[in-house]
Design a protein around this ligand. Structure first.
Ligand code: HEC
Ligand code: HEC
Length: 246
């Protein structure tokens, strides 16, 4: 009996220790063997709630799609103008669209956005830090997918397919997609169909990515797929003009 009591006591004590040390480690308050991770998190917790942070955390995914037009969110003024719609969409969970594989904002991200909006509305200086928001206590620094460095990416069809066509075009235009005229995973067929000519400006493959240039804009709007970014468009143009090679 005495042994059982001892074991229970040991378990209780160690579970309390474990439960306490974990969040402290996450918060960067105690040393962890993963020095780098703690440093990143600390850097995140110490960040000021300013527009730069709002753009890189809660609005990070939004800016993949809402970069132009009436719902553009790339400046503080535009975000403030749309604040009610934005807050409603993130609280309802309708944005960012789950149908395109995005997950809803977590409580910390929502709070960062709300805090920043409130500061602006009240004309307060951005005085709060991420760690002052209870919902962000122990929150992980956001995982930012490393951006492809298109400026230094070798010009090849393989890279174009992997980085641009697969995520933004091939869900509709692959060789095995029924009902579409163009197979954008088949370089020879694209050339035979004259989608690619000597310059980007005369190539339909490029023209469709420029708003207002031709009848169909690609990827089609309202399908939850972001348009090409300026870097992606530039890569496509340079690839075409370098000879559209494999
Ligand atoms: C993958 C592209 C994409 C992403 C990412 C995205 N949106 Fe949208 N958003 C759309 C599209 C497309 C519409 C238009 C829907 C329609 O008109 O049916 C839209 C509409 C909206 C609207 C209008 C009201 C509504 O709910 O339809 C708001 C507000 C909005 N988005 C906010 C956001 C915010 C905030 C984020 C980031 C947290 C975000 N969106 C992320 C594509 C996106
Ligand atoms: C959601 C499905 C979808 C996606 C994603 C998509 N397209 Fe399309 N595409 C269409 C439809 C629908 C048409 C209309 C003509 C047709 O039925 O072939 C079309 C037409 C085209 C055409 C012919 C335009 C013309 O004037 O005849 C080209 C070229 C094209 N798409 C390229 C692209 C490129 C490049 C991407 C990616 C940046 C892309 N598409 C993404 C659905 C899609």
């Amino acid at each position: 009996m005495e042994n059982v009591a001892r074991i229970v006591t040991i378990c209780l004590v160690s579970s309390v220790l474990f439960a306490c040390s974990y969040p402290l480690g996450e918060l960067g308050l105690i040393k962890s063997s993963k020095e780098v991770k703690v440093f990143d998190l600390k850097a995140f917790s110490d960040k000021k709630i300013d527009f730069a942070l709002v753009k890189s955390v809660p609005l990070r995914t939004c800016l993949e799609c809402h970069t132009s037009g009436s719902r553009s969110m790339d400046t503080a003024d535009k975000v403030l103008k749309l604040q009610n719609d934005i807050l409603e969409s993130i609280h309802k969970g309708s944005m960012p669209p789950k149908s395109s594989g995005y997950s809803a904002l977590n409580d910390c991200e929502k709070k960062i956005l709300e805090t920043w909006i409130e500061d602006q509305v009240r004309g307060r200086a951005a005085a709060m830090l991420v760690k002052d928001i209870p919902a962000c206590a122990g929150a992980k620094a956001p995982e930012v997918k490393p951006k492809t460095d298109f400026k230094n990416l070798e010009l090849s069809f393989e890279n174009l397919k992997k980085e641009i066509l697969a995520p933004k075009c091939l869900s509709c235009h692959a060789s095995d997609s029924p009902g579409y005229q163009y197979a954008l995973d088949d370089l020879q067929r694209m050339k035979d169909n004259e989608l690619i000519l000597a310059t980007a400006d005369e190539s339909l493959l490029y023209q469709v990515t420029v708003p207002g240039r031709v009848k169909y804009f690609m990827p089609p709007k309202n399908k939850g797929i972001p348009p090409l970014t300026a870097d992606e468009q530039d890569y496509l143009k340079r690839w075409i003009e370098a000879g559209a090679n494999e």
